[in-house]
Design a protein around this ligand. Structure first.
Ligand code: F6R
Length: 363
């Protein structure tokens, strides 16, 4: 049932406030039990975290690295599952292995978890949207996101709910390590509970984002930039763009521009920047000047009070507020809408992009 929407992806983008609220339904406090009965014991014995995933779920995992390291102070590695499973890595039995997957049936993720377990890494946690999946059965602990069934091949609500689950994991690990005061816990839970309202406000920016898509849809290449915990969001934006509009899109951490990709920038290569009001905004701003100086057209997603306004070669859409550590969740939404409207303008098969399957159960 499309409920008035033209595409499942569109419906699923707009369902995100509900999906996040549902995922938080039983979360009354930060506590290990959110991840299973045995989680307290497991989490107390670990000294590091290894996140394994593919595709969009890998981008959620990359975002989690920033959260887990800054909040919990635990060394965190993120690996693409198909690479990890065939690499002679160094196994640490005290690592918490976190597999992130919407479907829980992705062959490479299951393969990577098998490899980890065989190497003696038995502390496994699944963050998954399907409670009956093979991955949930395979892992000792789990957190089930409540995005609901996702039909569009390009993941949207599953991604943002994975981020919610991973943020809760970071908070839980921080608490167990004595790095989360009761007041901080209260503030983070408050921010999480207000996330659905904040997301609804970002969704309301759709008309402005749609107007940008009209320009972008005529281009063959787009560069996405982000810094810090918004670099994975730029990666996710480029992936969505590739998947459904078939426009070639690449994401770079903005500081890497001058190490190569700046050579590509011209008025034919628009640049989309994820530019929230965090401590990296000033740095990003100088990266954006590098683009403008080469006639690059900038499309910037900023927040209120960013001090940026649209002008020649510079287009700015402002989100209503800077949302602290949860900002990547809000900044994901414009990425999804931009790709959706670019694809819509190009007339592609949005819910079933060519050559792709919803669940990749083969290698
Ligand atoms: C991106 C997308 C894919 C999946 C990837 C992993 O829009 O849908 O990249 O994220 O195939 O799938 P799961 O999360 O089911 O393991």
């Amino acid at each position: 049932d499309l409920g008035g929407y033209r595409y499942y992806m569109q419906k699923e983008i707009f369902e995100q406030p509900r999906a996040v609220a549902d995922t938080l339904l039983d979360v009354n406090a930060v506590m290990p039990e959110l991840f299973g009965d045995k989680a307290w014991r497991v989490f107390n014995g670990i000294d590091s975290v290894l996140l394994l995933a593919c595709g969009g779920s890998y981008h959620a995992a990359l975002t989690a690295k920033y959260w887990i390291e800054s909040l919990a102070g635990l060394p965190t590695a993120v690996e693409i599952a198909s690479e990890f499973r065939y690499r002679d890595g160094v196994a640490n039995p005290n690592t918490l292995v976190v597999a992130v997957s919407q479907s829980g049936e992705t062959a490479d993720v299951l393969g990577a978890v098998h490899v980890a377990k065989r190497a003696g890494m038995i502390h496994t946690l699944a963050i998954c949207n399907v409670p009956t999946s093979a991955l949930v059965r395979e892992c000792a602990l789990n957190f089930i996101t409540r995005a609901g069934i996702e039909i569009g091949v390009a993941s949207t609500k599953a991604f943002t709910t994975q981020l919610v689950a991973l943020f809760l994991l970071a908070l839980t690990l921080a608490q167990l390590r004595g790095r989360l005061t009761d007041e901080e816990e209260r503030q983070h839970l408050h921010a999480l509970r207000h996330l659905p309202d904040a997301m609804a406000k970002v969704l309301a920016l759709e008309p402005q984002i749609m107007a940008w898509s009209e320009t972008l849809t005529r281009k063959e290449n787009i560069l996405f930039l982000g810094r810090g915990m918004h670099y994975p969001i730029a990666l996710e934006g480029a992936l969505k763009m590739k998947e459904i509009s078939y426009i070639h899109a690449e994401a770079y951490p903005a500081g890497e521009l001058k190490h190569g990709p700046l050579a590509l920038v011209s008025d034919e290569m628009p640049v989309v920047a994820v530019a929230p009001n965090d401590r990296l905004l000033e740095k990003l701003r100088s990266n954006m000047h590098e683009v403008s100086a080469r006639n690059g057209r900038l499309f910037v997603f900023a927040d209120v009070d960013c001090g940026l306004s649209s002008g020649p070669g510079l287009n700015v859409i402002r989100l209503n507020e800077y949302y602290g550590p949860l900002s990547p969740i809000l900044h994901t939404i414009p990425m999804q809408l931009l790709a959706f409207h670019a694809a819509l303008a190009r007339g592609t098969d949005i819910d079933k992009p060519r050559n792709l399957a919803k669940s990749v159960t083969v290698e």
